[in-house]
Write a protein that binds this ligand. Structure first.
Ligand code: NAD
Length: 262
């Protein structure tokens, strides 16, 4: 029996990267999953079927766009309808845009704030009431080292992730006397498509090989000079869902190779 047998989780942005790692870790503990995110329908169906077959759990998929409150509400409704309930909500979907603040495209600002911050608000306000009814729930917000410290050219991302850490604290306080907890995980660099794009841009800008750009990216921020893995973020999410973590409330937990210790 997995530790999360009978539980149901929504993991937003779980067709790729960290979200997929979290979905796999939760499914491996017996948790049913509602996957969400963009991608080719055949690829997503393959992922859905693979998770279900490998761990014998129910796996559904929602194509909800995290920029749209109505689609987020429908996603939570779909999880209840198809999987029976929502016990665990992992707000993970996220996007990046890099530009100096005075050149930052307004529509990119709006999208980053919508996906990385407002989507978590809409998912939480929709999913929380039925967690409170059963007096058990786990909300895990995937923030970032950029939820704790800043970097140049990431105005929208840093603002959204700091906002997400703030939202985490408020939800944790409002649920403090219940069986629902809310925490944030703050990863450093994880080698996913979101970061690969920044590595490729750095290589092009500097006229250097991609491997050198990768080393430079790590050396600049992450003292361990190793990437964090989606599996490590998945394992921490599983821990936050365990009874041992019942009194971890409103925390913003860095998993960043020492980035924010500096
Ligand atoms: P990724 O690009 O690999 O995955 C992002 C996921 O979000 C994909 O499934 C994508 O389809 C989905 N998505 C994007 N826009 C969406 C939308 N409008 N609606 C629904 N789904 C949408 O990125 P990742 O690196 O795995 O990032 C996952 C989370 O982790 C993000 O919140 C990111 O900010 C955070 N994070 C990543 C790193 C890192 O180094 N990779 C570090 C810290 C925090």
């Amino acid at each position: 029996m997995g530790a999360l047998e009978g539980r149901v989780a929504i993991v937003t942005g779980s067709t790729s990267g960290i979200g997929l790692g979290i979905a796999r870790s939760l499914a491996a503990e017996g948790c049913s999953i509602l996957l969400n995110g963009f991608g080719e329908p055949e690829t997503i169906e393959r992922l859905r079927a693979e998770l279900a077959a490998r761990w014998g759990v129910r796996v559904a998929y929602s194509s909800a766009d995290m920029r749209r409150p109505d689609e987020i509400e429908a996603m939570v409704g779909q999880a209840r309808h198809e999987l029976g309930r929502v016990d665990i909500l992992v707000n993970n979907a996220g996007i990046q845009h890099v530009a100096p603040v005075h050149e930052f495209p307004v529509e990119r600002w709006d999208d980053v704030i919508a996906v990385n911050l407002s989507a978590a608000f809409h998912a939480i306000r929709t999913a929380l009431p039925q967690m409170l009814e059963r007096n058990w729930g786990r909300i895990v917000n995937i923030a970032s080292a950029h939820g704790l410290v800043a970097s140049v050219h990431k105005a929208a991302y840093v603002a959204a992730k700091h906002g997400l850490v703030g939202l985490t604290k408020v939800v944790a306080l409002e649920t403090a006397e219940t069986g629902v907890t809310c925490n944030a995980i703050c990863p450093g660099w994880v080698l996913t498509p979101l970061v690969q794009k920044q590595i490729d841009d750095r290589a092009t800008r500097g006229g250097i090989p991609v491997e050198e750009a990768k080393r430079a990216l790590l050396a600049e921020k992450q003292p361990s000079r190793e990437f964090v893995t989606p599996e490590q973020i998945g394992a921490l999410t599983v821990f936050l869902c365990s009874p041992a973590a019942a009194e971890i409330r409103g925390a913003a937990l860095p998993v960043d190779g020492g980035w924010t210790a500096q």
